[in-house]
Ligand binder design. Structure first.
Ligand SMILES: O=C(O)c1ccc[n+]([C@@H]2O[C@H](COP(=O)([O-])O)[C@@H](O)[C@H]2O)c1
Ligand SMILES: Cc1cc2nc[nH]c2cc1C
Length: 331
């Protein structure tokens, strides 16, 4: 099995710079658009044109899978919820479905390993390197199928999946479990202590593992591997990605370890309450669009941020320049 190693096609820094210059010349006080100007410049860099095209066609792909650690007291909910939420997503009634409907975003569900849980990562490898590699390839194929989109959002559902996410972030950044483990779906203090011990045991078990695909197998599982492949694939087909919560940030760290530089293709949709998401954001130098205290997953925080990103592009396309206003041609 060959892990994906192709370097992403280039991000167009000249187009991003042209966009920054255009922002500076708009009929707005210098700096008044704040981070919206940066976001518009990022879209221009991904598209390779200034001003960027509108982000009309946006899709959220939800990767679903079960996790063996959930049977070890690491989640506030039972694994049975995963399949029920997949059915709810497919019927268009999940939280992300409502947000996506409101914002004109398509939702696609990829059942990677629902009802076929990963092994408990504190006891043994979550999955095999072979299965992780196949899941990576599947995620990249999904991104290729969605390559016509203007923007992609990685979503996920899977009871227990914040535990592998925390473990991957801890392993990649060399952080102890207590700095990356959070309450997930709502564990109480005792539950967080239990989950932290599981994450630390997993980190100790994998101390020697450094290869990112091996880490996906040891601590992640097939669904996280598929999402990682999706992030790599999106960069390969030059589609920008708005990251979501802790699972997407963990996969982003893995993807950037597999293909350094892939991170140019990502912006952060929102700040989750999970500590691993926050340290991963810092590591990747990403500042989230929204900070709304959300921790739903499903891609919901990023989908909630889509209107702001569309607005940033509209500002760059449709605002008069100061030169036009001063010359009396601003309409
Ligand atoms: O996106 C996040 O940061 C996030 C934070 C907490 C929980 N979740 C969602 O809740 C599930 C995982 O939580 P847990 O406690 O079962 O590990 C999974 O279905 C995620 O979509 C997601
Ligand atoms: C109800 C429920 C919905 C979810 N959506 C994503 N993760 C979830 C976890 C639970 C428990």
């Amino acid at each position: 099995m060959t892990p994906p190693s192709a370097a992403p096609r280039p991000y167009d820094e000249a187009a991003a710079q042209a966009a920054r210059e255009r922002v500076a010349g708009l009929a707005t006080p210098a700096g008044a658009l704040g981070r919206l100007g940066d976001l518009a410049a990022w879209v221009a860099g991904c598209q390779g044109c200034c001003p960027p095209r509108p982000l009309d066609d946006v899709a959220c792909v939800v990767f679903a899978g079960d996790h063996g650690v959930a049977a070890h007291g690491t989640s506030a909910y039972p694994s049975e919820i995963t399949a029920l939420m997949v059915a709810t997503l497919r019927s268009g009634r999940a939280g992300v479905s409502a947000l996506a409907g409101a914002h004109g975003v398509d939702v696609r569900v990829e059942d990677v390993s629902v009802g076929r849980p990963s092994e408990p990562l504190h006891l043994t490898d979550a999955t095999t390197r072979e299965r992780a590699g196949a899941a990576l390839a599947r995620g990249r194929a999904v991104a290729a199928e969605e390559g016509h989109r203007d923007l992609l959002v990685p979503g996920e559902v899977g009871i227990g999946n914040t535990t592998p996410a925390a473990a991957l972030v801890g392993a990649l950044l060399g952080l102890p479990a207590h700095e990356v483990t959070g309450a997930g779906t709502g564990l109480d203090t005792e539950g967080v202590v239990r989950k932290t011990a599981v994450v630390q045991t997993g980190l100790d078990r994998c101390r020697e593992v450094t290869d990112p695909v091996d880490l996906l197998a040891a601590l992640g599982g097939e669904d996280l591997a598929a999402m990682t492949g999706f992030l790599l694939g999106a960069a390969e087909v030059r589609v920008p990605v708005l990251l979501d919560g802790v699972v997407s940030l963990a996969c982003a760290l893995v993807a950037d370890a597999i293909a350094p530089g892939t991170g140019r293709w990502w912006a952060a949709g929102h700040r989750s309450t999970e500590p691993a998401q926050q340290v991963a954001l810092d590591e990747l130098g990403l500042v989230p669009v929204l900070d709304a205290g959300m921790r739903l997953g499903e891609g919901s925080g990023a989908v909630a941020a889509v209107p702001l990103l569309r607005g940033a592009v509209a500002l760059l396309r449709d605002t008069a320049t100061l030169a036009e206003v001063l010359g009396g041609t601003g309409g």
